[in-house]
Design a protein around this ligand. Structure first.
Ligand code: SAH
Length: 216
């Protein structure tokens, strides 16, 4: 763990201003980004990049999402304190920490075992209490369902049925849908057990949400 210092704090303040200027209004989202030492979620060799508004490789062919994208998805999800949120694609754990800072109960699933292990250790060191799981996000976490919110942080070719089922009525799912690094951000609201209202919120680029592949 790399201790937080005034330089990091200054860079974070700048990052928050940049994200706010790009249109993020939710004060709780901005406060979360200002609080989290993002430099711990990247390889130490890339410390300087931690507070730039860009996606970045985190090993195993995966990326930590661009801070603006994290903020955008979180704002759409609009998590409330004590709500149960399911994240698909733990990756570096950064998005999970944003949700924790907003006082949500966070359940997050990752399909790469090495990333799952590394991130579990990091969050323990940073004292962030997310419940992390190694598994296939397409299946969700039926044991802990239903969830108030579900956030998918990989590009999904379709909206998985299991995740629709595991959403509470009145709940929100944020999912970048599409293939080949070209996704449309969708907000899926569950109106009743069988009815969903879907709205579209612009173009984004994500690593793919993969199905049925062994990881180690
Ligand atoms: N939320 C992350 C960004 C993750 S990048 C962060 O804040 O850093 C997308 C992640 O989704 C990758 O780690 C990838 O391994 C994972 N992923 C891809 N397909 C998945 C699946 N079917 N189930 C769970 N995780 C998956």
């Amino acid at each position: 763990m790399i201790p937080d210092n005034y330089r990091h704090k200054g860079l974070r303040k700048k990052l928050v201003n940049e994200i706010a200027a790009k249109g993020i209004l939710n004060e709780d989202v901005l406060a979360a980004i200002e609080a989290i030492p993002r430099h711990n979620f990247l390889d130490p060799a890339f410390l300087e990049y931690a507070y730039q508004d860009n996606a970045f490789p985190i090993g195993s062919g995966q990326t930590i999402s661009q801070p603006y994208t994290v903020a955008f998805q979180t704002e759409l999800l609009n998590p409330q304190p004590r709500q149960k949120i399911l994240e698909i694609g733990t990756g570096s754990g950064y998005q999970a920490c944003v949700l924790l800072e907003m006082k949500a109960k966070v359940f997050s699933v990752e399909r790469q075992r090495n990333l799952y292990r590394k991130t579990k250790q990091l969050l323990e060191e940073l004292r962030y209490k997310a419940k992390l799981f190694y598994g296939d996000g397409y299946k969700g976490l039926p044991t802990f369902a239903p969830f108030d919110g579900i956030i998918i942080t990989a590009g999904a070719p379709f909206i998985p049925e299991a995740l629709k089922e595991q959403l509470k009525i009145g709940g929100r799912m944020v999912i970048p849908q599409g293939v080949d690094g070209k996704q449309t951000m969708k907000l899926v609201r569950k109106i009743s057990a069988t009815e969903f209202e879907i709205t579209e919120h612009g173009a984004f680029s994500f690593v793919p949400m993969l199905e049925n592949k062994a990881t180690d």
